[in-house]
Design a binder for this molecule. Structure first.
Ligand code: ADP
Ligand code: ADP
Length: 224
């Protein structure tokens, strides 16, 4: 069944003569459990589409339905609650909190969501094990390699068991060997949890691992 339905989505920035039309009518259905690579030239609108799909940004017009629900009908406050529960994000830069351990970083979304430390610790430990970091629980981000840091960020994105994981250039800042390590991690997570994955990437090897590739050209999906 479809997890996400994007219908005639438009997004523009600015107004008047300064207006830039970035997304020009996107229609896209994401099926539960599938993996999608979102590719295209720099400036094509990939990040913008990912942000709107993730409800971080509101569209100028058009609809996004998540499990059938029109998400942009929600207030900003309700949208924030929905987003925290339903969608995990991984960005090019990991944005881990430097003064907290890997375990504490992964627990953070659950703690912010009101869970006790005891309740938050178990899934956080398990996820750090799944991304291959069971031996790094008490290390701070600065004591971890780039690939390890990004794997902590992946674990953090998954700790509240989102249905959808969105990643924006997750290996854009990593060398080839480290990127492969992150790709393996994403594969393993997908195989284990079945989480739906949409990844913006310039990395052709990462794109090839996804079941489907969608190419944006100047704000539209290229039809082949
Ligand atoms: P933004 O989203 O800020 O417009 P991108 O994420 O598209 O930027 O690009 C990030 C960086 O990757 C930029 O410096 C861009 O020049 C570079 N880049 C763009 N296309 C490619 C490509 N095909 N392969 C490698 N790097 C690329
Ligand atoms: P991509 O990820 O494919 O590189 P982006 O979605 O980052 O593309 O950007 C698409 C276009 O939208 C670019 O021309 C960019 O400069 C513009 N853009 C993105 N965010 C903003 C913003 N907040 N305000 C104005 N223009 C923006």
């Amino acid at each position: 069944s479809s997890l996400l339905e994007v219908v005639d989505l438009h997004k523009s920035y600015g107004a008047g003569t300064g207006r830039v039309d970035v997304l020009k009518g996107i229609d896209l259905t994401v099926v539960e459990g599938e993996t999608i690579a979102l590719v295209g030239a720099s400036g094509a609108g990939k990040s913008t589409l990912l942000h709107v799909m993730g409800t971080l940004d509101r569209p100028t017009s058009g609809t996004v339905r998540f499990c059938g629900e029109d998400v942009f009908k929600k207030s900003d406050a309700a949208l924030a609650v929905f987003r925290n529960r339903s969608i995990g994000f991984v960005f090019q830069f990991h944005h881990l909190l430097p003064e907290f351990s890997a375990l504490e970083n992964v627990m953070m979304p659950a703690l912010i969501g009101g869970q006790s430390r005891a309740a938050a610790a178990a899934p956080a430990r398990e996820l750090l094990g799944e991304v291959g970091l069971a031996h790094r629980l008490n290390h701070k981000p600065g004591e971890l390699s780039g690939g390890e840091q990004q794997r902590v960020a992946i674990a953090r994105a998954l700790v509240l068991a989102p249905k959808l994981l969105l990643a924006d250039e997750p290996t854009g800042n990593l060398d080839m060997k480290t990127s492969d390590e992150v790709h393996e991690t994403l594969d393993n997570i997908h195989r284990k949890t079945g989480v739906t994955l949409v990844i913006v990437t310039h990395n052709e090897r990462l794109a090839a691992r996804m079941a489907r590739t969608i190419r944006l050209v100047d704000g539209r999906i290229e039809t082949v």
